[in-house]
Design a protein around this ligand. Structure first.
Ligand SMILES: [Zn+2]
Length: 50
């Protein structure tokens, strides 16, 4: 399943592909910043930026 979002340069931790989709998710807490999620364009692995 593909996420919506924009393409960016990011290295997949699974297959080392260099392009991924990213989208930002706002967690419902005043103390939390938006979290960025990536999805590899090659293998579709999803990961989170810390
Ligand atoms: Zn990948």
């Amino acid at each position: 399943m593909k996420m919506g979002g924009s393409e960016t340069d990011a290295t997949c931790p699974s297959c080392s592909h260099g392009r991924a989709l990213f989208s930002q998710v706002q967690i419902r807490s005043a103390d939390e910043l938006a979290t960025t999620f990536y999805q590899c364009l090659k293998c579709e692995k999803m990961w989170r930026e810390d």
